[in-house]
Design a protein around this ligand. Structure first.
Ligand code: MN
Length: 727
């Protein structure tokens, strides 16, 4: 059993050593608060629970983090294990501390244990994505380190799962964050439980050779320090045996027994300046025989996790190879505490949190870890804005596009699950199936055999292509009849909106031509495609619209043809507007636009009932309308007006008066193209006296657009005037 006093004392000393002169008031208040909150809890060994937060706070202080992080560490289990709330903590210890505790709590609730190798990268990503503040990660690593140190009190099953998780998540994270010391300790403890036999073998071997090893290390150490001191280089030099897990891994990678291993000894020479690092290197190579190809200069090229040192491997007089790492104290501190060391450093300089974060991001982003032995999949902290990581109830992790819903989740599991989806639970609470999921959510899909299958709305709700594709597939397969109906109604609505004739109302040759253009054998197939979402009605209509216009126009100019008759049903649904024009008092009639004055929306217009071609629409100022008062014809003139908001383009013609010059036609064409106008016809005619007339027929939506284009054309050099087309 460990005592409160012991741990409090250790924490107190470390805090004071790492943060000299810090005000302990708030820290003591947090200790008291945590002690009170955890008072009924015991650690597995029977010690009072408070020991754990104290130990975690001590590790966090040792890392060099700030007061907020220490408070966070002291309170890190309060929300999870006691009745303390985020608000309580915020009120007593500030918002930052509360956020840190909340962050750690989220990580604690998430289950990062996973047996699948390919999930590891996702797990680590999720871990970082959930953390937001790097201090949350560091507190959580400290939490895990203390739990690993006290692992002997756990059940064997728990030991295995926690140690796996440590190997999969925490040790690589510590490595990525440059915290070698913690990484080694985590790995060694984990190995002890995961492969006890090997762990025993290695430690027993090291134990048996301890004296011999120490003697060897002393000899080498003495030779180095003597030489350096003689040269006046101030240094701290010591030898060590590489850590157990690193030996274990070398044995496995190189398939060797421990005494066949190349280098298990490492020496460190720590000096004051970078030039001295290179000086020392020279002396080392002078004292011992260099092993070729093993020198690495991580000072000029730091590792992605900011590690810096010179590495070289040499062979001593006994023929035993060993590695020498040469670094400055700054580099040493970074090597031991990584990001935390940097974090502390930054703090003094008053840099904002964001800058730190930027640094972390850069660190995590760098993919190139040239040292194969140090290979760990790279991690990025806020590069995951576009991804969300959630769990199945069994703890399998699922990565989805950001904004994904339980629908996406269900289809990510299996299309059968998606198709049988009737509801969802997120973190054990029933919620809407369109609820956006958040990192770390545990998602459970409620299915039913009597589910009716996906709803079409889901296509708009889901975020993942996977879900969308599977939903479309379902509709395609399961619901042809419904698809045909559904597709037909949206297709027809779109056709009516553009006042186009519907299938069945056009002659069959034209319909065949349209179907061919759409690549369907018959209309039902196309309706079905629209119905299940493989094609949109707008797209389909857009593809055939011009063909219909062309065909019907040809039709109307053909004197022998009958006007297109609208069906009564169509008339009902489309009471007034035909080709964008409303003819008062007449519901169903053909509309055509007169060629003499090419009216466009916005123009004042009048209609004339032609013999057999419906109503012909003229501009009110068209010379051809001057006989309106003629009693023989007055009954045939009707009032017409533009329907509102019809986007349908109209043909119109402008005539341009110009001074003849080369390239003018091209200038006009360019102006039209730049204005994104669809030109139907552009021709020029030279007149005597060095003048020309250009006629341009083009599409506009309304008179405003027409005037804008006219202004543009008049701005062209040598265009002197314009008029609306008159025949
Ligand atoms: Mn804890």
């Amino acid at each position: 059993m460990e005592s409160f006093a012991e741990h409090y004392g250790a924490m107190y000393q470390t805090v004071n050593r790492c943060m000299p002169g810090v005000d302990m008031t708030l820290i003591d208040k947090a200790v008291e608060y945590a002690q009170d909150k955890h008072k009924h809890q015991k650690r597995k060994d029977g010690s009072p629970y408070i020991i754990h937060p104290l130990a975690v706070a001590e590790i966090v202080a040792e890392m060099g983090l700030d007061v907020d992080a220490i408070l966070g560490a002291l309170l890190h289990d309060c929300i999870e294990d006691t009745d303390a709330s985020h608000d309580d903590i915020a009120r007593l210890f500030g918002n930052t501390t509360a956020e840190l505790v909340e962050g750690v709590t989220k990580l604690t609730r998430a289950n990062f244990a996973s047996s699948e190798e390919q999930q590891m990268e996702n797990l680590r990503k999720m871990f970082m994505a959930m953390s937001k503040d790097i201090r949350v990660v560091l507190i959580k690593i400290a939490d895990r380190l203390h739990n690993m140190r006290t692992m002997q009190y756990q059940t064997p099953a728990k030991q295995i799962s926690k140690c796996r998780e440590t190997m999969d998540i925490y040790a690589p994270l510590a490595h990525r964050l440059g915290m070698q010391k913690i990484k080694w300790e985590l790995e060694d403890i984990a190995l002890r439980y995961l492969d006890p036999a090997s762990y025993e073998n290695i430690t027993a071997y090291l134990q048996a050779h301890k004296e011999q090893d120490e003697a060897f290390m002393h000899t080498i150490q003495d030779r180095i320090t003597q030489r350096l001191s003689a040269m006046g280089i101030h240094n701290t030099t010591y030898g060590r045996i590489k850590h157990v897990y690193s030996i274990y891994r070398k044995m496995n990678l190189q398939d060797k027994t421990i005494d066949e291993l190349y280098d298990i000894y490492a020496f460190r020479v720590i000096v004051d300046t970078i030039p001295n690092c290179y000086n020392v290197l020279g002396h080392i190579h002078d004292l011992f025989n260099l092993v070729p190809g093993r020198f690495k200069d991580y000072i000029s090229t730091p590792k992605p996790n900011m590690y810096q040192s010179l590495h070289t491997t040499v062979i001593g007089s006994q023929g035993i190879p060993f590695e020498v790492q040469i670094r400055t104290w700054d580099m040493h501190h970074t090597a031991e505490y990584g990001i935390a060391a940097h974090w502390k450093y930054k703090q003094g300089s008053g840099d904002g949190n964001e800058k730190d974060f930027e640094w972390v991001r850069r660190l995590l982003e760098s993919q190139q870890d040239t040292d194969a032995e140090d290979y760990v999949s790279s991690l990025k902290i806020d590069m995951f804005d576009d991804e969300v990581f959630v769990f199945t109830p069994k703890g399998k992790i699922v990565s989805l596009p950001a904004g994904s819903t339980p629908i996406d989740f269900a289809y990510a599991i299996h299309s059968g699950v998606g198709n049988a989806l009737v509801g969802a639970k997120v973190n054990n609470r029933i919620c809407n199936i369109d609820t956006p999921l958040e990192n770390g959510d545990i998602v459970e899909i409620i299915t039913s055999k009597s589910a009716k299958g996906p709803s079409r709305d889901w296509l708009n709700i889901c975020q993942s292509n996977q879900a969308r594709t599977k939903i479309k597939q379902w509709f395609k397969k399961e619901k042809r009849e419904e698809n045909v109906l559904h597709g037909r109604s949206s297709f027809e609505a779109e056709m009516r909106r553009l006042t186009l004739p519907l299938p069945g109302q056009m002659d069959s040759e034209l319909e065949q031509q349209l179907l061919k253009k759409l690549s369907f054998d018959n209309w039902d197939d196309m309706y079905a495609a629209i119905g299940y979402g493989g094609l949109t009605a707008t797209k389909a209509v857009g593809r055939i619209r011009d063909d219909i216009h062309r065909a019907t126009k040809a039709h109307t100019t053909d004197k022998s043809a009958n006007p297109l008759k609208l069906t009564p049903e169509e008339v009902r649904q489309n009471r007034h507007a035909v080709n964008g024009v409303i003819v008062e008092d007449i519901e169903s009639c053909m509309i055509k636009f007169s060629k003499c004055c090419t009216p466009v929306p916005g123009d004042a217009i009048v209609g004339f009932i032609t013999k057999g071609f419906g109503v012909s629409v003229h501009r009110a100022d068209c010379p051809n309308t001057r006989h309106r008062d003629d009693p023989r014809q007055s009954a045939r003139w009707v009032r017409v007006r533009w329907a509102t908001q019809d986007e349908q383009p109209f043909d119109t013609t402008l005539e341009l008066d110009c001074i003849t010059r080369d390239g003018l036609l091209l200038d006009v064409a360019t102006a039209m193209t730049t204005a994104r106008v669809r030109v139907k016809e552009l021709s020029g005619k030279d007149l005597p006296g060095g003048r020309s007339v250009f006629t341009v027929r083009f599409e506009v939506k309304n008179v405003g657009e027409l005037e804008a284009i006219r202004t543009r054309l008049l701005n062209i050099r040598d265009v002197t005037g314009s008029r609306r087309g008159q025949n």
